[in-house]
Design a binder for this molecule. Structure first.
Ligand SMILES: [Zn+2]
Length: 322
């Protein structure tokens, strides 16, 4: 339990919650009761029924979804959850010295242009510098679903957090389990990794580097997500839809029996073709050129076959992402 430093109400807060949002007055505050003002939100543009319609439209278009899904799905639960994210603007400057790969080419084949008899690879010193601005987003809740953690957030559309707006749809506003300082430390590490990836586009080995990483404006933003549950036939399915954009973050949905049977059929067919290709490659046909091709493509077909077979046989509901 915690007590709001601004309206004196008692409210629920777990031991890991370090930046709290009072569910009665909406004030964001530290556990010591200091007001936190860099607090934003993305407004809801899809109410509960619009989110449900968007979800069913999307699910109906998925491969193997039953045709009567939209008509027969019954929504059992809907919750609007406001997830906290920390967003930092990071300016990063990197200077690096490293080694790139280069090659000398000798003795071009007369009959094949661009093909050489001898190629000598060697390391070549390379260096450079560049500046990038990154916008780093870090989820404020630790056990957050991976799909929700990575879903796109239109930060340009942010507005100051409005308690009244979150209450309009009975939204549950989650506390943040990261402080602003922890979020900034995390943003600095992520920006460093992004700079590393950019350097590795230029060189294969980094010999030395120096980085100047400046974590600037960092704010807390609450993002509304509809968590829906519906029944179709005898099963229940869960889905998450972004309440600001209508983006289907994650959805489980039923597949028709015919579709699953088709998967099994294709799977078996591919297993057979793949097996035949491998057998051919391994000796029945002696052509050296063919060996590699047959084993590789046969192997791919066997793997595809097994995947389709598993998907078809599996009674688990499908889980697809956009
Ligand atoms: Zn309060």
């Amino acid at each position: 339990m915690a007590r709001c430093a601004f309206c004196d109400a008692d409210f629920e807060a777990g031991p890991g919650d370090v930046l709290l949002v009072c569910p009665y007055c909406g004030t964001a505050q530290t556990t010591e009761g200091a007001k936190f003002t860099d607090h934003y939100m993305i407004r809801v543009h899809f109410d509960q029924s619009e989110a449900q319609t968007t979800l069913l439209d999307w699910v109906s278009k998925q491969l193997g979804a039953p045709e009567d899904l939209s008509a027969k799905a019954r929504f059992l639960q809907y919750l609007q959850i406001w997830y906290p994210f920390w967003v930092s603007r990071v300016d990063a400057h990197s200077e690096y010295h490293g080694l790139g790969r280069d090659a000398n080419f000798y003795d071009e084949w007369p009959q094949y242009r661009g093909a050489y008899k001898r190629i000598d690879f060697f390391w070549k010193p390379e260096s450079g510098q560049f500046t990038r601005r990154h916008e780093i987003k870090i989820a404020g809740t630790i056990g957050i679903d991976e799909d929700i953690r990575q879903h796109p957030i239109p930060t340009r559309a942010k507005e100051f957090f409005s308690h009244a707006h979150a209450e309009e749809f009975d939204g549950k506003v989650l506390h943040s389990q990261l402080t602003k300082e922890q979020a900034k430390d995390g943003a600095e590490k992520i920006a460093f990794d992004k700079q590393t990836a950019l350097i590795m586009d230029e060189v294969e080995k980094i010999e030395s580097r120096s980085d100047n990483i400046d974590v600037g404006d960092t704010y807390l933003i609450h993002v509304p997500v509809w968590e829906l549950e519906y029944r179709y036939g005898n099963s229940k399915y869960k889905a998450s839809v972004a309440a600001s954009t209508g983006y289907v973050i994650e959805s489980k949905y039923p597949r028709t029996l015919a579709f699953r049977a088709m998967g099994v059929g294709f799977g078996i067919l591919m297993l057979i073709i793949g097996g035949v290709l491998i057998a051919l490659a391994q000796g029945l046909i002696g052509a050296a050129m063919y060996t590699g091709f047959g084993t590789v493509s046969g192997g791919i077909l066997v793997v595809l076959g097994l995947v389709l077979f598993y998907k078809g046989v599996s009674r688990k509901e499908a889980k697809e992402q956009m």
